[in-house]
Design a protein around this ligand. Structure first.
Ligand SMILES: [Zn+2]
Ligand SMILES: [Zn+2]
Length: 238
């Protein structure tokens, strides 16, 4: 009944793009033009963390502290409209955006020949209490949708075992300390995998801010025997 009423309402007042207010033209929540504006703020990015750099190939932070992940593939910089799309998806329960965000991940993934052989996908986990509060883990849904499009296998390899302080107000150094020991590999799931799947993995997250979370997750995955961990994220904060 509610669905029918919603359909009638949508017919009389067609929903508009939540970002620019234009006609959605059959899309959900965000129009094609807004998705088309996803971009990187700089032409040159660090080959490891994907952050903008002025010169060279690897940023100062990665040179000083080599991350545990091999490199990160992102869809664009965490600036509007991408940052707004992600906020709608993550905090405003606009879950219908997950499919298009996953398609965006897939097009970035496809440009990289060096990750084509990887068959396993996992995601950055959240604590149960947090999932209950938000209703979902946005990275898990992204990973599932991406895996479906790419024809790969996704498993819940990681568990978040430590309640950590929110990272938003911490410096990059504080974040590294804050996430230490926060993640564990689920060995029951890992051991059940075929041995050819246990070598390389794609690790999905929504936004890379300082890279501390992705770094910590990659660290435990490498300790568990993975030789390559590739981050795949919707956005990289510039
Ligand atoms: Zn729009
Ligand atoms: Zn870097």
């Amino acid at each position: 009944m509610l669905r029918i009423l919603q359909n009638i309402a949508d017919f009389i007042f067609p929903p508009l793009c939540a970002i620019c207010g234009n006609d959605l033209d059959g899309e959900k929540v965000v129009c094609k033009e807004c998705f088309g504006k996803v971009h990187f703020v700089s032409n040159s990015q660090c080959r490891i963390c994907g952050k903008p750099i002025k010169s060279g190939t690897i940023c100062k932070s990665c040179r000083e502290n080599l991350p545990s992940f091999n490199f990160v593939i992102g869809c664009g910089s965490y600036v509007p409209p991408l940052s707004n799309i992600i906020k709608l998806y993550k905090y405003n329960r606009r879950l219908s955006l997950s499919e298009r965000l996953a398609r965006l991940l897939y097009s970035s993934y496809q440009t990289r020949g060096d990750v084509k052989g990887i068959k396993l996908v996992t995601w950055v986990p959240m604590r149960r209490a947090k999932i209950r509060e938000r209703g979902y883990n946005q990275s898990r849904i992204l990973a599932r949708e991406f895996t479906f499009i790419a024809g790969l296998k996704s498993v819940k390899l990681l568990r978040k075992v430590k309640n950590i302080q929110s990272q938003t107000k911490l410096s990059s150094c504080e974040r590294l300390v804050n996430v230490r020991g926060a993640f564990r590999v689920d060995y029951e799931i890992l051991n059940a995998l075929d041995s050819d799947l246990k070598k390389e993995v794609i690790l999905i997250d929504d936004v890379l801010t300082t890279g501390a979370t992705l770094n910590e997750c990659s660290k435990v995955l490498k300790k568990a025997g993975f030789s390559r961990v590739i981050g795949l994220v919707s956005a990289i904060s510039p």
